[in-house]
Design a protein around this ligand. Structure first.
Ligand SMILES: [Fe+2]
Ligand SMILES: [Fe+2]
Length: 135
């Protein structure tokens, strides 16, 4: 069963960003499946690194739009992004060193972080960027 299932409540009303969020959810679900299947840590590390790289790319995309359109909540939003980026290597190591329970905890944290960030922090820019014509 997927860890997170996309639903319309997660939409920020901007197609390009929804697609990126769907991709993040896909990679997170792939990582969760790999854990549940008991895949080797080499495989888990590769998927995790893919997730981390895509996360950086996605945050960069949002932040470029904030800069381009002068979004007033940009700094607080960027702070949330960088707090996660700073945590990523710790989470990676925790997962690779940890037992199954620790891995489940890391997944639960990432699920909670991503859904909360999309529903609250990303949705806060939705109307502003839509009004700027971002699609
Ligand atoms: Fe964001
Ligand atoms: Fe986002």
């Amino acid at each position: 069963m997927p860890l997170i299932q996309w639903n319309n409540e997660l939409s920020v009303g901007i197609a390009s960003i929804d697609e990126q969020h769907k991709e993040l959810i896909n990679i997170l679900n792939t990582l969760n499946d790999a854990l549940e299947e008991g895949q080797a840590s080499q495989m888990l590390a590769e998927i995790f690194d893919g997730l981390a790289a895509y996360t950086v790319k996605h945050f960069g995309y949002e932040e470029a739009l904030f800069a381009l359109h002068g979004y007033s909540e940009s700094q607080a939003h960027k702070n949330e992004h960088s707090a996660l980026i700073n945590q990523v290597q710790v989470l990676r190591q925790k997962m690779l060193d940890g037992d199954f329970i620790i891995c489940i905890e890391v997944m639960a944290f990432l699920k909670e972080w991503l859904t909360h960030h999309i529903l609250i922090t990303d949705k806060a820019y939705s109307q502003f960027l839509v009004d700027k014509g971002v699609v």
